[in-house]
Each structure stands twice: as C-alpha cells, then as structure tokens.
Design a protein around this ligand. Structure first.
Ligand code: SAH
Length: 526
C-alpha cells in the first residue's frame, strides 16, 4: 500500500510487523515472555495514516521553530490518527531503514530480539519519534515503557474526560483547560509526553526516585514541554495526590501505573516463571516494581485520599497489572458508595494484558466505551451501570427524509415534561435535558394535573443550574452511514449524562421506548 504524505511530499510504503503484540504489557515483564524474535508479517497499514499530516489535521498550535531548535518536534495530529495507532501492524524493516539506530538493533534487518534490553529500548525511542515526534533519553536501569500499552491509557482517558465534561457535549473540546496528575511518572515521563502531544493539557508529574526525576526533567526539556509539565519529587510516605501542598484547588484527572508487586519475592517468583532476569530494562528497578501492598495497596491509598479530596479531582484512575485486583478495588469503591466508576481492558493483539479502573465523586456519567471497557470482562457483575441504550435502531421503514418528523416527535415529547432544561442541537441531531427527578411517572403527572406543583418554565441550560439536577440525559438521532444495511436508517441513542440513580435512567428509557413504539420502533440494544 502506498500512502501519500501531503506535507512531506513523499510516498511511504508500509507492510506489516507484529509490533502491537510484541509490545504489549504494562510493567513490561510480558515483553520478555514474547518469542525471542518476531517474524515480519505482511499485513499492510490501513489508510488512516494517510492525509493526517495536512494543515487541517493539526489540532493545536505548535511552538515556533526557534523554540524547538534544541529539542524534538512533538507532532499534533487529530484524534483519529491517535486512535488508529497500533491497531494494525507495520514493519520493523521499514522502520529500520528510516531510523538507522533502530536498523542497527535488528537481526537480518527485519527481526527484533525482545530479550535484548537495548533493542527494546531502541524500539520505544523509535516509535515515540516516528508516531509522536517525541525524543526521550532513558537510563539502562529504569523501566522502558512499551509505547502501545501506555498509549492505550491515554486513549481511554480522552474518552473518559470527553464523555463526562461539564458542557455535556460528549465530544472533544479543544478550549477546555485540562490538568492531570501522573503519580510515579518514571524516567521516561511517558504519560505527560503522550498527553501533551495529543491534547493541549497540562500535567503535574511526581516520583520518589531521584534518578527517574532527573531523567524526567531532561525529557520534558528535550521536547520543549517544561512549561506544561511540572515535575515534583515526593517522599514515599507522603500523600499521593498533594493538591494542597502544590497549591492547586482542582484538577481533571489523576493517573498512575503503580508498582505492581507487594514484595521482591512476588516479583522474583513471577520472573522465575517467565525465565527472565528480575530487574532488566523491561521490568525496571525495585522502586518501580515493588511497593507496600502491591498495586492494590497503592490504589487503596489513592481511594483513601480521594475520600477526602472528593470532587477536587474529576477522575481518579489507575492501571492494574492483575485482573484479580479489579474485583478487590471495585468492592472497596462500592463499600464507600462510590458508584460512578469505570473499568477498561487494555488489549494489544489477541491478549488482554492490563486493566484500568477509574472513579469519580462528580455525578457526570462517562460513555459506555469508557466505563464498561470491553465485552471481554467475564464478570459482568463488576461493571458499572449502563450509560447508553440504542432504541429501535434502525427503524425499519424510516429513512433520512423522515428526520424532521422524528426531531419534532422527540422535542414534543421532551417539551411535554417538566424538565429543568431541554436544548435541541439541530446540527448534531442531539438534545440534552435535565430533570429534578422522575417527572414522567404516572404518579408525578397525576399530582401535576391536580395542581400540586407550580408550572415550570423550560430554561436554556445554565451550567450551574443543571449541575445539581438529579438526572441529565442526551437523546440523539443516529443516521446509518453504512451503505450495507443501515444506510439512511435512523436509531435513537439515549445517554445517561448525570445523576446517582440508575433507575431514573432505566425508567426514562422505558418512557421513550413506549412513545417510540407507536411510531414502529424495533427492539432495544445496549
Ligand atoms: N509511569 C511510568 C513508571 C511506572 S513505574 C511508566 O508507566 O512507565 C512506577 C513509578 O512509581 C516508579 O517510577 C516509582 O519510582 C514511582 N513511585 C513509587 N512509589 C511512589 C510514590 N509513593 N509516589 C510517587 N511515585 C512513586
């Protein structure tokens, strides 16, 4: 496949390599487990790479060249580009030709030895340069992050934040100022670097390890990101989320890839099972791998701090190396009556390797894709409540021409309710509404008819006014674009955007379904 790159004016040819499989793993112990050499494969990269370097795809301002002179040039493409990264395979050989330093660690110019720490480190550096325009320096005795796995965490965070923002827009808002805290950023500074390239975000990055901190500072400088990444040294016994000490009132998220193991013994046992040296560039130094209570202990410390900080952070999140930790932590959240949480599986290749958990004291609900990570979860019991339902999609006989009729029907239905606010966006075919409670129940309507409540005026939504409403939702008309079977057909998508009480959403869905059934809607799908 030949792909034209508009700004470079060159044609690049990609075929395939097993990068996403080979690079899977969080604290990287998995890499060594992978076969010694990975054979080049013939899968071609899809066209998502094409056209992404054109002017209109640059999503935010790049520093002028003189500011970049000493460092790398982080590249800012649109979300589709980042979404597509590592979803297909490309080829080591091509990368090796483009980057001689990578070519030098390949065997026969095509194969990578994943037991060789130097080769693995070079792969990480090369991918960061090729796919993000980032440059990093790493010591040989600290963790070398596999890029696809770390990138997955960022993709999830974007989904989580975009789908639960205070504007209720359910989409990326370039003007939103977002600050995140990366606990234990490591020598690579990987998360802040990946985050700053993709979004105009700011980071606070902490660590307890002197050597990692000095490399992290170097890596911020190498990429001219010192003004957006604040690097802070911490004591191991000090708080993990030190907002007061840093004089910060609120932030948008906390992220962490915690030390996974509770003791050296646990780590050594695992290393022995995988027949590899315990502390290599792939696994990291003891401070990176081991902490009291392992990952469960670390995240429970975060939960305890979050019980005090509460809404001062919108999303508390953590990556986990063991699926079994999820259950323990979700039980802890539930014990504390935290029911707005999210789980995600990070998958590379055919295998699930890592998991993530997020929780919030803010009642804005994230998308289904962000909160119920993957169908893959064997135990549905662990998942948070459903936040999205598709009704009657597609209506069998409805086509594009019928959209105005559907818009009218939906708006009529909403306007007949005692909502605090309702706003229909004609362009997006999407309405957002808020209610103080179940204002569609028969009981409510009966009391209303008897004059028990004063008549409310529908107001345009003021953020302050709706933020405390018991129930917030969006209703969208989704028009099928697939020329196959859904072309021109219309479905109704209901989203639970706000509230603590899932039964309100369920009952709201029932009400809408009932109204649509009269217009011939089909079955309900999650
Ligand atoms: N974020 C990096 C490194 C993860 S390893 C990556 O994903 O590759 C875990 C990191 O947490 C190490 O750098 C370790 O030094 C740091 N760490 C351990 N305990 C910590 C604490 N109490 N506060 C902040 N960082 C800590």
């Amino acid at each position: 496949m030949e792909i034209t790159s508009p700004t470079r004016g060159t044609k690049r040819k990609y075929s395939g390599y097993q990068i996403k499989r080979a690079l899977s793993g969080g604290n990287d112990s998995e890499i060594a487990k992978q076969s010694n050499t990975i054979q080049a494969q013939g899968t071609e990269l899809k066209a998502w790479r094409s056209g992404l370097e054109s002017e209109e795809d640059v999503i935010f301002h790049q520093p002028p060249p003189n500011q970049m002179a000493s460092g790398a040039r982080p590249r800012h493409y649109n979300d589709n580009y980042y979404q597509g990264l590592y979803s297909t395979e490309s080829e080591f050989a091509i990368l090796g030709q483009k980057y001689p330093e990578f070519g030098a660690v390949l065997k026969d110019g095509t194969q990578l030895d994943f037991t060789d720490p130097a080769a693995v480190m070079q792969l990480t550096k090369t991918l960061l340069k090729e796919d993000f325009g980032l440059q990093i320096d790493l010591p040989p005795d600290r963790l070398c992050p596999p890029v696809p796995n770390r990138h997955n965490y960022l993709l999830w965070l974007k989904d989580l934040l975009d789908s639960s923002s205070s504007s209720y827009r359910e989409q990326y808002e370039p003007e939103r100022r977002v600050t995140g805290l990366d606990i234990g950023t490591g020598a690579s500074l990987i998360y802040p670097l990946l985050g700053c390239v993709q979004r105009p975000w700011h980071f606070i990055a902490t660590d307890v390890d002197f050597k990692s901190l000095s490399y992290a500072r170097l890596n911020a400088r190498l990429n001219n990101l010192e003004s957006r990444i604040r690097i802070v040294g911490r004591d191991a016994s000090a708080s993990l989320i030190p907002l007061d000490e840093l004089n910060v009132s609120t932030i948008d998220f906390v992220m962490v890839n915690p030390p996974f193991y509770a003791s050296d013994a646990e780590l050594l046992k695992l290393a022995a099972q995988k027949s590899r040296p315990p502390y290599s560039a792939c696994t990291g130094a003891p401070v990176e791998m081991v902490c009291e209570g392992g990952e469960i202990g670390f995240v429970q410390r975060m939960i305890n701090e979050s019980l005090v900080l509460r809404e001062r952070v919108q999303w508390y999140t953590a990556m986990l190396g063991k699926q079994s930790s999820l259950k323990v932590l979700i039980d802890t959240l539930r014990r504390h009556h935290i029911n707005n949480y999210a789980v995600k599986a990070f998958i590379q290749g055919n295998k699930t390797r890592r998991w993530a958990i997020g929780w919030s004291f803010v009642t804005r609900r994230p998308s289904l894709s962000a909160s119920r990570g993957h169908d893959y979860f064997a135990t549905k019991r662990l998942l948070p409540p459903i936040t999205e339902i598709i009704i009657g999609g597609p209506f069998p006989k409805v086509n594009r021409e019928a959209i105005p009729r559907h818009e009218r029907a939906l708006c009529d239905a909403m306007e007949s309710l005692d909502l605090v606010s309702w706003f229909w966006d004609k362009q997006r075919l999407r309405g957002v509404g808020f209610a103080d409670g179940n204002v569609w129940s028969r009981a409510y309507r009966r009391r209303r008819a008897a004059g028990d409540f004063p008549v409310k005026q529908l107001a345009a939504s003021s953020v302050l006014e709706v933020a405390t409403c018991a129930f917030g939702f969006s209703v969208s008309l989704r028009v099928g674009k697939d020329p196959g079977d859904l072309y021109g057909s219309v479905a109704v998508v209901l989203r639970w955007l706000q509230g603590d009480d899932h039964s309100l959403f369920e009952s709201f869905v029932g009400m809408i379904r009932g109204r649509l059934e009269t217009s011939g809607a089909g079955s309900t799908r999650e």
